[in-house]
Design a protein around this ligand. Sequence first.
Ligand SMILES: [Zn+2]
Length: 340
Amino acid sequence: MKQLISYLLIILMFSCIRGESQLNYKLSKGSKRKLEESNPKITSLSWEPLRIHYEFLNNNYDTKSIEFLKTVFDKTATFFQKHLLIQRTDSTITYRNIYPKSLFGFSINEAYLNKEFEADLVFFINIENNPSETYLAYCGPAIFDIETLRPIFGLISWNMHYSKLDKMTNSIFEANLETAIHEVIHGLGFIDDYFTSFYDSYTGNSYNTSNIFYSFSASYLSTPRVTNFVQYHFNCTTLLGLQMENNGGQGTQGSHLERTLFYNEMMTGSDMTGNFLITDFTFELLQDTGFYRVADYSPDQPIWGKRGWGWGWVWVWSLHTPFTTWCQYQGWGRQEFFQF
Ligand SMILES: [Zn+2]
């Protein structure tokens, strides 16, 4: 019976990975190198609510899609303004002449070159309608502030095919909103290209240990806040970091939370039925970037794997991750828990 339930859990998890994806763009080699060579210059500036602004890449998109995405992304901007703080080095940002004329293969409209935006982060939005692709959307940060290293320009490409405009209900709208929040979080720096540039916002220094390490086919973000929360949540003080997804191909692998461990967390890599949670796995990661601090908030409480419950979950996990010793705990079911 135990084996049957575990088998069903595995089927469920892998069917989710193969679902509609919410993907991230990779930085160009040049941008990645520049980012890695840059050091943050910490200032004494106060922390202010993050202002996100959106611009459509061109005005040829259909009006209905534009209106819909404006509504979705306005709500997304409100969400992040409420929860995240940044150090504002200037009241406006400008898409400067020296920046690339195209981002992730999309040309930047000339009207935006040298334009000043009253914002801290601007996303350009491309709209597509592509039934032959399985992705809902893509996003990535592209240009960063040279003082704080915080992303200041990014790009989102949105596949309207999955937005279901003609069947809109509250729950479909909510699903679209969740996708938008997920994508913007990538744009905030939640991509593996950025992980090595995360720093302590109090000192401006890199963390004591390497931010990321690899074990067999999986990668782990090992910055202080996420590691603490992983240890607390799974009730295992020897865990060393936050495990990233190792399935789903280039736009998913490495830049999403591992579905088998974090199940319905917002930053897992594909859509699923039911509500996503935005938990401290994500909020702590955002604080570990060094770019953000969290304002007053109440994160969703993850139940999946909480305090190491259940042999089924442990059994599934151990299939994917090498382990050397076991972390003992007292709980229901199998009383073993691995460390890596
Ligand atoms: Zn994603």
